[in-house]
Design a protein around this ligand. Structure first.
Ligand SMILES: *Cc1c(COP(=O)(O)O)cnc(C)c1O
Ligand SMILES: [Zn+2]
Length: 398
């Protein structure tokens, strides 16, 4: 049993603030997006970071993302729904050294999370907070992994899960939802089509939706990757972080974590350059970044083996683009053929069967290294967001 000790502090959550218009929202009630009708932005949880709390609080804490519970939104710990998510390993590139010269290149390997992807982090936070707020039915549109994670955490929490997923998603993503007892609807279309349909049905049925960045707390769960990166790199951040960008939750979250830790005095002001990697069929962020635009346009949304990247228009596109620019980062696309090839290269030489989304990062790194955007001697982190085992249906094994 967890016995409270003197160092046990509860969440330092204060409120939810809109990063676009500044409107403050009461975190004690159920929230979605900014209630200012002209705004409707994603909301950011605000914590009291002025308490002088030391990073020594982390000593001896469990190796899950809940070790950062002061900076997570659950007020009463009895509502935390956990399956051991987070505190995933940092694994260096070991055998493909000929590609990396004198860079140090690491994976943060999220594949060992419950249900095989980093979606577990966001969903653990969102389901926990929903439980604290008394919510009984949680719905989400998904490209695959978020649905499986919601189904599992909802089962654990004893609440109902409803998942809408494109029909074209590999079977395993559907099977896991049903095995965990979720109600699953297969939709003819992409995640935006799933989103439109579930909006109508949620309104009729009173389901609470945890669609990416239209609910404030999945961001908080994914943010913990930023805390872990700092802790695992001994509070000296790497020079460049590559992130496979679908809705952008992790990218925005990691950046938020860095900001919070600087306010806490846990890290200095040095920041990594952030790189968004997208698939060729969903390149809205890359196009907007290259064109110098503040918002993205709706991209094609066609099939890609990296289903986590099949997001035609991220809801928080403004925030994603802001992070890329503030960090002096960049954005690029990778084709399905390249992802498939990179996945095999990493499997064969590094002994890791990573998700196509993660494989895209290896390819993107090699390109930016070749163009000298990644400089000699720099330390690079690639976030492998999921397990390749769930995608084998779409990988041709030679
Ligand atoms: C969802 C997902 C992504 C994209 O994450 P966002 O936070 O939506 O940008 C990347 N990789 C995998 C494996 C995913 O499941
Ligand atoms: Zn607002």
């Amino acid at each position: 049993m967890n016995t409270p000790t003197e160092t046990e502090t509860d969440s330092l959550l204060i409120n939810l603030t809109c990063p676009e218009c500044g409107k403050v929202h009461d975190a004690a009630i159920v929230n979605t997006v900014c209630t200012n009708e002209d705004c409707k932005s994603t909301l950011f949880a605000q914590y009291d970071l002025s308490t002088g709390i030391s990073k020594d609080i982390l000593n001896g804490r469990p190796a899950t993302m809940w070790r950062y519970k002061e900076f997570l939104p659950v007020m009463d710990q009895k509502y935390i729904v956990t399956l051991g998510e987070g505190f995933t390993p940092i694994i260096p590139i070991e055998n493909l050294k000929s590609f990396i010269g004198d860079n140090e290149v690491f994976w943060k390997d999220e594949s060992g999370n419950p249900t095989g992807s980093f979606k577990a982090r966001g969903i653990s936070a969102a389901v926990s907070k929903a439980k604290e707020l008394g919510i009984e039915a949680i719905a989400t549109p998904t490209a695959g992994n978020a649905g499986g994670a919601l189904a599992a955490y909802a089962a654990r929490a004893g609440v109902k899960a409803i998942v809408y997923m494109p029909k074209q998603t590999p079977q395993v993503f559907k099977d896991e939802c049903r095995l965990y007892g979720a109600e699953l609807l297969e939709v003819d279309g992409n995640i935006s089509d799933c989103g439109k349909l579930i909006n109508e049905h949620a309104l009729l049925n009173g389901w609470f939706q945890v669609s990416t960045l239209k609910e404030p707390y999945r961001l908080e769960g994914k943010k913990t990757m930023g805390y872990e990166i700092a802790e695992q790199f001994n509070w000296q951040l790497p020079d460049v972080i590559f992130y496979p960008t679908g809705g952008g939750t992790g990218l925005i979250g990691i950046w938020k974590a860095f900001d919070e830790m600087e306010q806490l005095g846990w890290i200095g002001s040095k920041r990594p350059r952030m790189v968004a990697v997208q698939s060729q069929s969903c390149d809205g962020i890359v196009s907007a970044f290259n064109a110098g635009q503040r918002v993205s346009e709706f991209a094609d949304g066609g099939f890609t083996i990296a289903n986590g990247l099949r997001v035609p228009k991220p809801y928080a596109d403004k925030q994603i683009l802001k992070v890329l620019r503030e960090s002096n980062g960049t954005a690029l696309t990778i084709s399905d053929a390249e992802m498939s090839q990179a996945l095999k290269e990493i499997a064969r030489h590094e002994g890791m069967l990573i998700a196509p989304e993660g494989a895209a990062l290896w390819q993107a790194y090699k390109k930016l290294k070749a163009s000298n955007w990644v400089k000699p001697g720099e330390q690079v982190l690639l976030i492998n967001t999921g397990s390749g085992y769930k995608y084998l249906e779409n990988i041709v094994v030679e």
